[in-house]
Design a protein around this ligand. Structure first.
Ligand SMILES: [Zn+2]
Length: 474
C-alpha cells in the first residue's frame, strides 16, 4: 500500500522591533525578569493599546517576500483563554481578517522546485514565560508579554520531513535577510508547530491530524515528521482510528508523545478588539516600505550563478546569509577567480565561522584577496596559504607579513628543487620501480618527500613535473 504524508506548519516569529507591539516597552531578549513591563502589556484595567507602526512594516515586508496579498484593511481580535503566562486573559491577534494571505515559498526538492502555499500571515503579541525553579516553584516573567509576532500559517503542502526543513530554512533565511527577526529557535524567537496526517492513496482514507508542539530545532521537525508518518501508517494498517491529538517531540527518546486528545475544537471566542480601530495600509505607504527591502536570497542565489558562474550548490551556500553573501561579493570585486574564491570561502573560511552566530571574520575582505593572490601567483603554495589563513584567524596580521614571518615563500629557484628531487629519487629506488610498473599514485609519495625536504616551500606542481621527467629519463 502506498501513503502520502500531509504536513502543514504554523510558525511563530518574534519581530526585532525596537519596542513592543502595543506599548512603548523595550523589545529585547532575556534580562532581569519583569523589568520591561507596563500597564498596557500587563493588561491593567483601563490601559489602552497603541499599534506600533514598525510591526506593520515588518509584517508587510514578510508578506511581500512570500508573495502574499497584503490587505488594505485588517482587524485585530481578542483570542480569549486563560493561562498564567497571559495576564490579560486574551491575546491580541488577527484571525478572520489578517494582514497577509495567499502567498508561497518555493523550495528545492529531489524532484525539482516545489511551491509551498502560505495561507496567512497575521500579526500577534507574544505571551509571558513561566520559569520553573529548582525548589519546584513556578515564577512568571512578563518581559515577553506584548513582544510582536507574526504567525505564518502554511498550506498542508509538504510531504516529508525534508520538505518541512527546506521550507523552514527558506523562511528563516528570508526573514534574516529582511533583518526583521533573528529567528533563533533555541531562544524561542522562531517556533514551529507541525500538523500532520497521512492519506491512503488507494482508498483516499485519511488519519486524524496530530499537532506536534515544542519543536526546538529544524532537525527535530524533520525527525518528528518522519516518526509520526510511520506511527500513523502502522495505526492505519492495524485498522485503528485515533481522534485528533496534540503531541510533543521527545528528543531523547526520539518519538512523539501524546499530550492530550482533542475531543472538541478549541473555542477561543474571538471578538474584534474594541480598543484598536481596523488597520488600514495604503498602497503608496506599502510601496515605500518595499523600496527598502534588500535583494532576497533566492534572487541573489540566481544572480551568483549567473555573475560568478558558480554551481547551484555553491551559490546556495554563499547566499545562505546576507553577511556571507556581502562578504563574497566584496571579495569578488578584488579577486576574479570566482571558483577558487568560492572554494576557499566555503572550505577554509566557513569551517571556522559559526553562521548561526552571524558572519564574523577577524580580517578585511581585502586581506583574504591578497592571500589568494599570493597563492594564485605561485608565491606560496596551497598548503602554505591554508597555514597563513589559520594564522590570520588565530593571531591576526596581514598575509604578506605572515608569509615572511612564517618563512613560507615558495622556492622560485628550479635548480634547488631539482637537487631535492635527485636526492629523493636516490633514496627511493623501489618507488621508481613501482611507478615504472604503472603505479602512478606513488609519485604523490615522492612529491611529499621533496616537499618535506624543502620544508614545504617547493612548488608541488613544479616538483611533480620534474619527477615525471626524471623518472621517464631513467
Ligand atoms: Zn509595556
Amino acid at each position: 500500500m502506498s501513503y502520502k504524508t500531509i504536513v502543514g506548519l504554523e510558525i511563530h516569529v518574534e519581530l526585532s522591533t525596537k519596542t513592543k507591539a502595543f506599548c512603548g516597552c523595550e523589545n529585547k531578549y532575556g534580562g532581569e525578569p519583569n523589568t520591561r513591563v507596563c500597564p498596557v502589556c500587563l493588561g491593567m484595567p483601563g490601559a489602552l493599546p497603541v499599534l506600533n507602526k514598525e510591526v506593520v512594516e515588518y509584517a508587510a515586508m514578510a508578506g511581500k517576500a512570500f508573495h502574499c496579498t497584503i490587505h488594505e484593511k485588517s482587524v485585530f481580535e481578542r483570542k480569549n483563554y486563560f493561562y498564567p503566562d497571559l495576564v490579560k486573559g486574551y491575546q491580541l491577534t488577527q484571525n478572520q481578517h489578517a494582514l497577509c494571505n495567499n502567498g508561497y515559498v518555493e523550495i528545492e526538492t529531489e524532484n525539482g522546485p516545489k511551491k509551498i502555499g502560505i495561507h496567512q500571515i497575521q500579526i500577534e503579541e507574544d505571551t509571558g514565560k513561566a520559569l520553573h525553579s529548582d525548589e519546584r516553584d513556578t515564577l512568571m516573567d512578563y518581559n515577553r508579554c506584548g513582544v510582536p509576532l507574526i504567525e505564518i500559517v502554511s498550506d498542508p503542502d509538504m510531504s516529508s520531513g525534508e520538505e518541512a526543513k527546506a521550507f523552514l530554512e527558506a523562511i528563516r533565511s528570508t526573514l534574516r535577510y529582511l533583518d526583521i527577526s533573528d529567528c533563533k529557535m533555541e531562544e524561542g524567537s522562531m517556533r514551529c508547530d507541525v500538523n500532520i496526517n497521512i492519506e491512503d492513496l488507494e482508498t483516499g482514507e485519511r488519519s486524524a491530524i496530530a499537532e506536534i508542539k515544542n519543536l526546538n530545532s529544524f532537525r527535530a521537525v524533520g525527525r518528528a515528521i518522519d516518526f509520526e508518518t510511520k506511527r500513523q501508517i502502522q495505526l492505519m494498517e492495524a485498522g485503528e482510528k485515533e481522534k485528533k491529538t496534540t503531541r510533543r517531540w521527545d528528543d531523547v527518546k526520539t518519538e512523539t508523545v501524546l499530550m492530550r486528545v482533542k475531543y472538541t475544537e478549541n473555542d477561543y471566542r474571538f471578538v474584534p478588539e474594541g480598543d484598536l480601530p481596523p488597520l488600514y495600509v495604503s498602497q503608496e505607504w506599502l510601496e515605500k516600505i518595499f523600496d527598502r527591502m534588500p535583494e532576497l536570497p533566492k534572487k541573489r542565489k540566481e544572480r551568483f550563478v549567473r555573475d560568478f558562474q558558480l554551481p547551484d550548490y555553491d551559490a546556495q551556500v554563499l547566499t545562505s546569509t546576507k553577511d556571507l553573501a556581502d562578504y563574497y561579493e566584496d571579495l569578488a570585486g578584488e579577486f576574479k577567480d570566482y571558483t577558487m574564491l568560492s572554494n576557499w570561502v566555503m572550505g577554509e573560511v566557513l569551517r571556522r565561522v559559526d553562521l548561526e552566530e552571524g558572519f564574523h571574520v577577524p580580517f578585511e575582505a581585502k586581506d583574504l584577496a591578497d592571500l589568494l593572490n599570493l597563492v594564485k601567483d605561485g608565491k606560496i603554495n596551497n598548503n602554505a596559504g591554508k597555514k597563513v589563513l589559520r594564522a590570520m584567524f588565530e593571531e591576526g596580521g596581514k598575509p604578506k607579513d605572515l608569509v615572511e614571518k612564517m618563512g613560507l615563500l615558495q622556492m622560485q629557484d628550479t635548480s634547488a628543487m631539482e637537487s631535492f628531487v635527485d636526492e629523493v629519487l636516490k633514496e627511493n629506488p623501489e618507488s621508481i620501480e613501482q611507478i615504472k610498473a604503472g603505479k602512478d599514485r606513488v609519485i604523490g609519495f615522492l612529491v611529499g618527500q621533496v616537499m618535506k625536504k624543502s620544508k614545504g616551500k617547493a612548488n608541488p606542481q613544479v616538483v611533480n613535473k620534474l619527477l615525471a621527467e626524471k623518472i621517464k629519463a631513467l
